[in-house]
Design a protein around this ligand. Structure first.
Ligand code: SAM
Length: 481
């Protein structure tokens, strides 16, 4: 399922075959959100052209790259620990060079080189095309840094290397950066201002994935609903665009329509949606196309209007509920997931209860819940004291996690007895006799393998479930094959 932070993928290394012999060995691993995993595929593609060959053995690497996350302090601590590990390996392999990519590189910039002696290379999310030059600098014995954020870089012209995945599902990045300025969030500072990618390059990438046998794509961005292509440039500069640019601009619902029409047999998902930007047109486009999955990830962060205002979320509790009601009206079978932050500064017991009651109202299918972690440089860090004690944050987090578990079980159970289309992604972790895949609603389903294979769309009769997994039997291929 699409998780914002997919714990199973943390630290995953990417492997591809190099185009040249005698190539240098690259070890690249990724932490954090889907955007980082997608970016690592772009980096892998850029370095494959430079003749690098990947390895999963850290000990034999000439170059180690770690794509980092800054969203919470814990994420940064994980990276610091990895650097210690690289340091130990460097004692055996002193020629090994170490580069830090992504959000933590952008946040700390050249400070990284002072704080972590092992680091040779620091590259922010908009500077990956400069990697070949930066690596040359490092080869010549100099440390290299490029953390320049761009107004128009979307990597639309780079075809990402896909060999790290299952060959069935892929991410396609459609926007970069974020303009929301939520007071808790470091993303606008680490990934820059929001810009959208040319729809033609998006369609080209999706058509190419289809030709390679992929069956499902997830359109990716910090705030996909805010997508706006008007010929390139920052979203915030759209107001200065020419009349012709404005008249011919493409918004998210139009993009979704184009993608769904271009590949009617591919499943389409998208993430993340921001409540204030999700339009009714998007819901109608979802209802219009069978191949757009019945699933919306709609972070709420808090159920209290007062806290939402402190977070600079652009909606109230009531507006969010109205949005949920519209989704249920237009897309009655749609599953919905959330992100919630607990223990944001000044959060009272009353605010916390508002979050619990909102959860009770929506009964989310899944959720990703976090204790507030103050991030240096954000508006909240500058303006509001992190005053909710750790043990209260922990207790409130445990309460929302436990409630979410109940709701997840309730939603999963509601599918028992139904017949649903499942796209097979891999073998079940628990049994080599079963396949695992997901329904349109993004719920994991397992069923006996029979003669089906990975990448097949199968109609599955659901007979049982655990708290988050559906169990059933394949009836026949769906007409989508
Ligand atoms: N762009 C999306 C949005 O704003 O809804 C997701 C951004 S972020 C990569 C994923 C999630 O991390 C957020 O939805 C939020 O719940 C959580 N998060 C962000 N900053 C945080 C912080 N300072 N402390 C704890 N959780 C945080």
């Amino acid at each position: 399922m699409e998780k914002i932070i997919d714990e199973k993928r943390q630290g995953e290394t990417l492997v591809f075959k190099a185009s040249q012999n005698n190539s240098r060995k690259l070890f690249i691993e990724s932490y954090g959100c889907q955007m980082n995993f997608s970016d690592s595929e772009i980096v892998a593609s850029i370095l494959a052209n430079e003749g690098f060959k990947t390895t999963q053995k850290l000990e034999e690497a000439d170059l180690v790259l770690v794509n980092t996350c800054s969203i919470r302090d814990k994420a940064e601590q994980t990276i610091r620990k990895r650097l210690e590990k690289y340091n130990a390996v460097k004692r055996i392999n002193p020629g090994m060079k170490v580069g830090v990519l992504g959000c933590m590189a952008e946040r700390l910039k050249s400070k990284f080189l002072e704080e972590e002696k092992i680091v040779d290379l620091v590259v922010g999310p908009d500077a990956y095309k400069d990697l070949p030059n930066l690596i040359k600098e490092v080869d010549d014995g100099r440390d290299a840094v490029n953390v320049i954020l761009s107004k128009d870089e979307t990597y639309g012209d780079i075809s990402p290397v896909r060999l790290g995945g299952n060959g069935v599902t892929a991410f396609v990045s459609i926007t970069r950066g974020c303009d929301n300025m939520c007071t808790f969030c470091v993303v606008p500072f680490t990934r820059g201002r929001e810009r959208s990618r040319d729809p033609h390059s998006i369609l080209q990438e999706i058509n190419d994935l289809n030709e390679k046998g992929y069956k499902e794509i997830t359109l990716l961005g910090q705030n996909v609903d805010s997508y706006l292509w008007y010929g390139g440039g920052l979203k915030k500069n759209f107001k200065n665009a020419s009349e012709i640019q404005k008249a011919t601009a493409t918004n998210f619902s139009q993009l979704l329509d184009m993608v769904a029409l271009a590949q009617p047999k591919m499943r389409i998902r998208f993430s993340t949606s921001n409540p204030q930007d999700m339009t009714e047109e998007v819901l109608y486009i979802m209802a219009k196309h069978k191949n757009i999955c019945d699933y919306i990830h709609l972070p709420v962060q808090s159920g209290s209007t007062r806290i939402l205002k402190e977070m600079n979320r652009q909606h109230t509790r009531e507006e969010y509920i109205a949005q949920i009601n519209r989704i249920r009206e237009i897309l009655p079978d749609c599953s919905i997931s959330q992100d919630i932050i607990t223990g944001f500064p000044t959060e009272t017991e009353e605010d916390h209860k508002d979050t619990l009651s909102l959860m009770d109202y929506v009964k989310y299918d899944y959720g990703y819940m976090f204790a507030y972690s103050e991030r240096p440089g954000t508006l909240a860090a500058r303006k509001i004291k992190d005053d909710v004690p750790e043990e209260i944050k922990k207790r409130r987090l445990a309460e929302i996690v436990s409630l979410q578990r109940e709701h997840c079980a309730f939603r999963t159970e509601s599918f028992v007895g139904k017949t649903l289309e499942v796209l097979i992604e891999k073998e079940s972790k628990k049994s080599d006799q079963h396949w695992a895949g997901r329904t349109s609603q993004n719920t994991v389903a397992v069923f006996p393998k029979e003669n089906y294979k990975i990448g097949d769309f199968v109609i599955v009769k659901i007979s049982d479930c655990t708290s988050a997994t559906l169990i059933g039997e394949g009836v026949w291929y769906s007409e989508n094959n």
